[in-house]
Ligand binder design. Structure first.
Ligand code: DON
Length: 317
């Protein structure tokens, strides 16, 4: 009782406003120099390394943001949570997970050796499981991608969101490891269909948005799939539990355990430099800064989240 009381006290005394977010951003700006921009997708290497932004969708759905808030970046792996949502809505959780685990991992996002041993992807957050999950979304050609895009446009209430064709082409040209996983899973009978199914994954990773859009996505999954403006046509408690639990155990890849210890929020990173985080039942957070740590997670983004969670006592633990 005393503990929950002090938590409440912290909530009441610290107000999340632009000033507070700006202070956290400035304190962590120097981490930009310590990270490395992803260049294994050549087009990503062109990103502006000094861009940095921070946004929160508070418990009432108000958007508070600071830094380069209009700067667009590709969501990359963050798209995996939306693809998981669309696939589960269409064919049900048990079908999506029939040949996939709910495991965490000590391996990087593009690890796939277990496809040779157990034959099954570890989880839908790493590339193998994500590629399979997107392949389950029904339709021909780019239909699956369009469904993912429309869901993101709905959640963010931002009809202008689209994908970056240069990043998509770059990823398609150089994504031979992903292509290898795709054919290994096809060989194992886990994926049906042609390479259009893989193209949908490349396209979803190339969807461009802003840090405010990320905060709205975080709010949506934190709040039972209710949108930041209160629209509840997709309200689904079980789906939000599934997505947040996967974010918590695998959203930051092999760093997920240490991240749970230090930040303590369900979160998903992308190699474009974005991280989305959920404060369950309350708040959505988006951070953006392209230089990454060795796991593929935004370095300054991680440190901004660390400070934010400490200041407002937001860890789920
Ligand atoms: O498939 C890939 O490698 C990229 N499109 C996405 C990887 C990614 O974002 C990993 N996250 N930190």
């Amino acid at each position: 009782l005393f503990l929950s009381g002090s938590r409440l006290y912290a909530q009441q005394t610290s107000i999340i406003d632009k000033q507070a977010l700006s202070e956290i951003l400035e304190k962590n700006r120097s981490y930009i120099k310590q990270g490395t921009i992803a260049d294994y997708i050549p087009e990503l290497a062109k990103m502006e390394s000094t861009a940095i932004a921070f946004a929160v969708a508070d418990s009432k759905g108000n958007i508070i943001s600071t830094g380069d808030t209009t700067k667009k970046f590709t969501m990359q792996s963050i798209s995996k949570i939306i693809a998981l949502m669309v696939a589960v809505q269409e064919i049900g959780e048990s079908s999506v997970f029939k040949n996939m685990g709910y495991f965490g991992s000590d391996r990087p996002f593009n690890h796939f050796a277990n496809l040779e041993t157990t034959g099954k992807p570890l989880n839908p957050m790493m590339n193998a499981g994500a590629i399979m999950t997107t392949s389950f979304i029904k339709g021909e050609g780019e239909d699956a991608f369009i469904k993912i895009l429309e869901m993101i446009r709905y959640i963010t209430k931002n009809k202008t969101i689209d994908y970056n064709k240069a990043v998509y082409n770059s990823e398609k040209e150089t994504g031979n490891k992903n292509r290898g996983m795709f054919y290994l899973m096809k060989n194992n009978g886990l994926i049906n269909g042609d390479e259009n199914k893989l193209d949908n994954y490349f396209k979803q990773c190339s969807i461009e948005l802003t840090v405010e859009d990320l905060a709205k996505i975080g709010f949506f999954f934190a709040n039972q799939c209710v949108r930041f403006d209160g629209d509840s046509i997709y309200r689904n408690v079980e789906l939000s539990k599934l997505i947040q639990s996967q974010m918590l155990i695998a959203g930051m890849y092999e760093f997920s355990g240490e991240y749970a210890r230090t930040v303590g929020l369900p979160s998903k990173s992308g190699v474009g430099g974005g991280i989305v985080a959920c404060v369950p039942g309350r708040i959505g957070v988006g951070v953006f800064s392209p230089p990454l740590d060795t796991h593929g997670n935004s370095l300054a983004g991680y440190h901004m989240l660390l400070d934010f969670v400490k200041k407002y006592n937001l860890s789920v633990f």
